[in-house]
Design a protein around this ligand. Structure first.
Ligand code: BG6
Length: 480
């Protein structure tokens, strides 16, 4: 029997993530009666305030960000389980009183000694907090589970990620370390495995014999907003590609895992991350396009001389039999025309065709996995246009799972929090995934040092170089 009861300790209790995502996610779980019976939250922050003030602020956030209407009875049930404690993360006394508070939670809220530590803080605080927890014996309870959830970014490059991992590993085992990649909690990303492995019609074609190329897009309309300070050091490559886009690529390309279990899935993803091949120096410009939106220099905490990329497109290949010669194009950028994340699988043309309409190529068969904002799949194939003339048209079978308002898809954080309580790490990244992703990003980033960061206009589809990158191979970006 899975014992989900626990105290959740949120470091960064007054931060944006807690207000926008974590507390609304807990409210949604409470609304659906999915929170364990024994449950309490202790939020830790530096600002001084009492429980009542804190709860009132959370109430306002739930009103603003929840996908469900406010039900005061449900909110009250959750709210009485939430406590606020003000201390600075390096202050030993704070951890001592946290230890006492947690024991009290076990009595009052039946949390059974289990602890879910959620680090919703800036990355420089990850390791110091974990070390303080150990130093003050907060993590010392036997016979109970103790799990730590770490937000991104997990390091800024391979070396810093390794250092961070070593420090965390001295306190929490790999099994108890849950590195968040919120994309893995998104409905349609979970659905990729179902589409591939719960059907017979796709998987036999899922290889270089039938697939021409794959495109993975995560486009945003927003700019960097108030995160300029962080973004200046990250750029699109580290902010989006290292985690979300490489995870998407890995799930799309991996071999079927032997079992639907965390370790088996993660083993297969790691093989893909190791197989990604990025060519060295001379032909780099054919494999990468970088861009920066006009006006980025004016953003808060951004240097006027900044060359940080807010857009990146890559053409990658995988060193493995299944994907021999198949390009994977990935792109992500800010201030683009449309908020959309999707995977497009473009199939090869039929070998021979006796339709003259297709002499210069039929419309390609496409399978589009729409991740957001629309969630669903589109299958495009050719059919005869009704009438006496022989005409061939592309037609689409479109399945939209969130177009119907009643189908209010869960937010990624709901699923992910439940997973941690269940001890299911399949939707979290294991260390060797992070390690191999950083190895690749470091390699790409050093090969691109001299690459041009081209300016692009907000509201379009990114720099001209990204068009050339794909058109050079006779392909085009699909903005479906
Ligand atoms: C975050 C990045 O991980 O993902 C942000 O740091 C980005 O820069 C965000 O805006 C995108 O997430 P989503 O769920 O809106 O696609």
């Amino acid at each position: 029997i899975i014992n989900q009861s626990c105290s959740m300790i949120i470091f960064g209790g007054t931060g944006d993530l807690t207000h926008r995502k974590l507390i609304p996610a807990l409210y949604h779980l409470m609304y659906q009666e999915m929170l364990p019976e024994g449950f309490a939250v202790i939020s830790v922050g530096r600002q001084k305030k009492n429980n009542e003030e804190y709860r009132e602020e959370l109430y306002q956030s739930v009103l603003k960000y929840s996908r469900f209407p406010m039900d005061k009875t449900i909110w009250d049930q959750l709210c009485e389980k939430i406590y606020y404690r003000a201390f600075s993360f390096d202050e030993g006394d704070g951890y001592e009183s946290l230890k006492a508070d947690l024991q009290q939670m076990d009595q009052v809220h039946h949390t059974r000694g289990n602890r879910l530590y959620y680090l919703a803080v800036s990355p420089e605080n990850f390791a110091p907090i974990v070390e303080k927890l150990k130093e003050h014996g907060v993590t010392a309870k036997r016979g109970c589970w103790q799990r730590v959830v770490i937000e991104k970014p997990f390091g800024q490059d391979l070396a810093s990620a390794q250092q961070l991992n070593n420090r965390i590993g001295k306190v929490f085992s790999e099994q108890d370390t849950y590195r968040i990649d919120h994309y893995l909690g998104k409905e349609m990303i979970q659905n990729i495995m179902v589409i591939r492995f719960a059907n017979t019609i796709f998987e036999p074609l899922w290889n270089h014999q039938y697939i021409d190329h794959i495109q993975i897009t995560a486009a945003e309309t927003e700019g960097v907003g108030s995160r300029g300070g962080y973004y200046e050091k990250a750029g699109a490559l580290r902010d989006m590609v290292q985690n979300h886009l490489l995870q998407l690529l890995a799930i799309t390309a991996m071999e079927p895992p032997g079992k639907n279990e965390a370790e088996a899935i993660r083993d297969e993803k790691v093989k893909i991350l190791k197989a990604i091949h990025f060519p060295k120096d001379s032909i780099v410009h054919q494999h990468v396009a970088l861009g920066q939106y006009r006006g980025y220099h004016m953003e808060e905490k951004v240097s006027p001389q900044s060359t940080t990329e807010t857009y990146v497109a890559l053409k990658l290949f995988l060193d493995c039999d299944r994907w021999k010669g198949v390009p994977f194009y990935i792109r992500t950028g800010k201030k683009l025309q449309q908020k959309t994340s999707q995977v497009v699988i473009q199939f090869k043309q039929p070998d021979k065709t006796f339709y003259k309409e297709c002499e210069s190529g039929c419309n390609p068969n496409l399978l589009v996995i729409k991740i957001q904002p629309e969630e669903g799949t589109l299958l495009q194939f050719n059919a005869k246009k009704p009438g006496n003339l022989q005409q061939i048209l592309p037609v689409g079978m479109n399945f939209c799972q969130n177009c119907n308002l009643e189908n209010n898809s869960p937010e990624a954080y709901e699923k992910l929090l439940l997973d941690v309580m269940d001890g299911d790490a399949s939707r979290f990244t294991r260390w060797d995934e992070v390690e191999n992703a950083w190895r690749l990003i470091d390699e790409i980033s050093s090969s691109c040092e001299a690459a041009l960061v081209e300016e692009y206009l907000p509201g379009g589809w990114g720099p001209e170089g990204a068009q050339q990158l794909i058109e050079r191979s006779g392909h085009r970006w699909w903005n479906l």
